[in-house]
Design a protein around this ligand. Structure first.
Ligand code: MN
Ligand code: MN
Length: 300
């Protein structure tokens, strides 16, 4: 890997890990999810990075993809299991990292299962290691603590301005997964543990979108303005309508984004909820694999 590229991955990781490590300060019962996410995104910018995707704050049985819309007044309930998943990019090179903050001692084991699975996985990664062997270790670690891994959420390869660059790192053993970690590439590993059924389903709420088309035809001038702003500001990276509020009233921006999504100009990322309503914990790190070394860019 080019040393300039590696430096950018490392810088993104340095910012992401610091913001992640201080995120628990914002996670209090009664705190608005919106305020937590805005504080996190602002910290990323203050430190010289750009958010690579909207801050995700997923509570209890919500496993992933909850990023509050502008008018969202929901708050953190007492005793909650709160996943904070954040991304930073420097010139398009991404650090993707997550942690779980548990507000009740009841769920500390659940969080520990995910944390331990991630650490075991990281210990075994090197150039040439098969994804499925990492999946096996994640599954075994989580099951040995009495929980289930979420089988339809995975880690992933990363590329410049691309969060899911085509390869998936399973959280369970999958015989048919042939891929291997390769020198010169970046990956995120993210085991999810649950006391529910072990898979997620889409729910209705959507707070995250990304560009799906290079151009749109036959839309209003306001929708065109929104579309062009997304293209110029975020390229292919996910975004939230919150990052477009300089263009109009919050309600109008949200509606415009939804209209453009209905025309397939934007992808929608609905929230993902544990199918059995189980509690969910997640930890995630980004790593760069080199020929004889692995750099965990988001390590504390
Ligand atoms: Mn993530
Ligand atoms: Mn990820």
């Amino acid at each position: 890997m080019d040393s300039k590229v590696l430096e950018k991955y490392i810088e993104a990781g340095r910012i992401a890990s610091r913001v992640r490590d201080e995120a628990h300060r914002y996670v209090r019962p009664g705190a608005r999810l919106l305020d937590v996410c805005e504080a996190i995104e602002n910290r990323i910018r203050d430190m010289g990075g750009q958010p690579a995707f909207p801050c995700n704050i997923s509570v209890n049985e919500v496993a992933a993809h909850y990023s509050p819309l502008p008018m969202d007044n929901s708050t953190i309930p007492p005793g909650a299991v709160v996943k904070i998943d954040l991304g930073v990019h420097v010139d398009g090179y991404i650090a993707d990292t997550a942690r779980t903050v548990v507000l009740s001692p009841r769920y500390e084991d659940l969080a520990e299962a995910s944390r331990r699975a991630l650490n075991r996985a990281l210990e075994m990664v090197s150039d040439g290691v098969r994804f499925r062997d990492v999946g096996r270790v994640i599954e075994e670690t989580i099951k040995s603590m009495g929980f289930k891994p979420i089988r339809n959420l995975t880690g992933h390869s990363l590329d410049r301005y691309i969060i899911h660059a085509g390869e998936s790192i399973p959280n369970v053993y999958e015989r048919l997964v042939m891929g291997r970690f390769r020198a010169g590439r970046a990956y995120a590993i993210e085991p999810f543990a649950t006391n529910g059924l072990g898979f997620v389903v889409n729910d209705r709420y959507v707070g995250i979108y990304s560009l799906a088309k290079a151009r749109v035809k036959g839309v209003s001038s306001f929708d065109r303005e929104v579309f062009e702003a997304v293209k110029n500001r975020f390229r292919t990276l996910p975004f939230t309508p919150r990052w477009l509020l300089d263009l109009g009233e919050p309600r109008d921006v949200v509606r415009s984004v939804e209209r453009l999504a209905s025309r397939k100009a934007f992808h929608r990322y609905p929230i993902l909820v544990e199918a059995g309503g189980g509690m969910v914990a997640q930890f995630e790190h980004t790593l760069v694999v080199l020929r004889d070394e692995v750099i965990i860019t988001t390590k504390s």
